[in-house]
Design a binder for this molecule. Structure first.
Ligand SMILES: Cc1cc2nc3c(=O)[nH]c(=O)nc-3n(C[C@H](O)[C@H](O)[C@H](O)COP(=O)(O)O)c2cc1C
Length: 449
């Protein structure tokens, strides 16, 4: 199974190596070709992702150094203005949950099986009646298009090509209609206020745009205490200042490639999918309309369920009792998440919360995000009962580093890791990954019953 090779981002293309017409086939087609060749045929060990030139020319120089998802973050840090990098990378208050999301993975170790025929590996996963090529997708992130030009649509396009779901954030700067138009695998995530008229209007709009899955984020009744934003000069909206201008000037690649390009293409970005008013990205007086989110409760969810005909997912669950309530309200799935450590500091790591949530979910689909960076993380979450996982920051950073080619490269890295780890685990398919392949390394950490 050969690795998919990244395309050249325009800024770093070798001269004359690529035009759109010469672009390599979409990743989904390659993945399918690989699957017929290897996933359900023979599967030689994956080649190192960054070693071989792509069909359309050499691998972009910067991507050759991106060997795993974590490699994108320091590179993005160099390229992004401090307020924007800090907003994306940071957690809340002491960053205890942000750190805990990563350390939780060390609490579990694999006990692989050997001498299993793993030559026909299958990464596909069915979710809500549809099959995806891999068991991971893109988590919703407001500010994706601040990280790199047209970020929301970039992620939506790569997701569709790669045959994985992308969740568009309700806090995004791109109209939800425009994202769905280029991203047939996009779901929409709403920040729902406790206002009936607003709920009905949003459901109407999301349905008309063609979305089949609506994700309600439940862990943001109020804005989190993100001191790092204050320290780094980030606010919503951004306030014009000399230091903001200096951050732009000292990051020319971002200033020209993202900020000026966005202004030229579509003018000042505004929040497009949240609240009653569009708020500009930069304003000395504007205020984000957060609606009456702190009133949103299970009654509003019941209303939502009664008027939304598609799949309904609640994101931000950590307590098994809430999973049970969600199922009783007719919800189709939950995403176990602490918002990437960005909301309640000290909230449990979703990986630790999985066994309890799965036990109380009564067969409802349980997904998970927060802290996933490696193929082994994906498989640990699945072994603990997650049916599917989502990954956030690394894809925003990949877009900041190399645009669409960067995001494709990141998908490929994670996909190849999952593929390799499946073989090493002695599991021919994702469906065969379960708790018997995992042990608690740290005494007392939650395990499935
Ligand atoms: C920059 C950024 C913006 C985010 N915006 C949203 C959002 O608008 N809605 C939402 O439900 N979650 C949002 N999240 C949380 C992610 O959906 C996800 O839960 C989290 O990033 C997963 O953790 P990871 O980044 O460690 O993979 C955001 C996360 C980041 C990093």
């Amino acid at each position: 199974m050969s690795s998919l090779q990244p395309e050249l981002p325009h800024a770093e293309s070798a001269p004359g190596t690529r035009s759109d017409a010469a672009a390599p086939p979409p990743a989904a087609r390659i993945l399918r070709a690989e699957a017929s060749e290897s996933g359900r045929g023979t599967a030689p060990a994956p080649a190192p992702v960054s070693a071989t030139p792509s069909a359309s020319g050499p691998v972009p120089r910067v991507l050759r150094r991106m060997l795993c998802l974590d490699d994108f973050q320091p590179e993005a840090r160099r390229r992004l203005p401090r307020p924007i990098y800090g907003y994306a990378a940071g957690g809340s208050e002491t960053n205890a949950s942000l750190r805990g999301n990563r350390t939780a993975f060390d609490d579990y170790v694999f006990v692989p099986r050997v001498m299993v025929d793993v030559s026909r590996r299958d990464l596909r996963r069915s979710l809500f009646g549809r099959e995806y090529a891999v068991p991971f997708g893109f988590a919703p992130m407001g500010g994706t298009s601040l990280g790199g030009f047209d970020g929301d649509r970039v992620l939506a396009r790569v997701a569709a090509e790669s045959d994985l779901p992308m969740i568009l954030s309700g806090a995004s700067f791109t109209r939800l209609e425009d994202v769905r138009a280029v991203g047939p695998t996009a779901w929409f995530q709403g920040y729902i206020s406790g206002d009936e008229d607003e709920i009905r209007a949003l459901v109407d709009r999301v349905g008309h745009a063609g979305y089949d899955t609506l994700v309600v984020t439940a862990d943001v009744p109020v804005a989190a205490n993100r001191e790092n934003n204050v320290r780094n000069g980030y606010s919503q909206p951004l306030r014009p200042s000399l230091s903001l201008a200096w951050q732009g000037i000292t990051h020319p690649r971002w200033l020209i490639g993202t900020a000026l390009r966005t202004l030229l293409a579509s003018g000042m970005p505004h929040t497009e999918n949240m609240g009653r008013t569009r708020v500009p990205l930069v304003s000395s007086t504007g205020m984000r309309d957060r609606g009456r989110r702190d009133r949103f409760d299970w009654g509003h969810l019941a209303l939502l369920r009664s008027i939304w005909p598609g799949k309904l997912v609640v994101k931000g669950i950590l307590n098994g009792q809430d999973a049970r309530l969600a199922r009783e309200h007719g919800v189709d799935g939950v995403i176990v998440s602490n918002h990437g450590g960005r909301q309640l500091d000290g909230a449990a790591a979703p990986l630790h919360a999985l066994p309890d949530v799965v036990a109380q979910a009564g067969g409802m689909t349980v997904m998970m995000d927060s802290g996933i960076r490696r193929g082994t993380d994906v498989l640990k979450a699945i072994a603990l009962g997650a049916h599917f996982v989502f990954v956030g920051r690394p894809f925003l950073f990949a877009n900041a580093v190399a645009g669409e080619a960067g995001v494709r490269h990141a998908v490929r890295l994670l996909r190849d890791e999952v593929d390799r780890d499946l073989a090493l685990l002695g599991a021919p398919s994702i469906d065969q990954v379960g708790p018997s392949l995992l042990r608690a390394r740290t005494p007392g950490v939650p395990m499935p019953a």
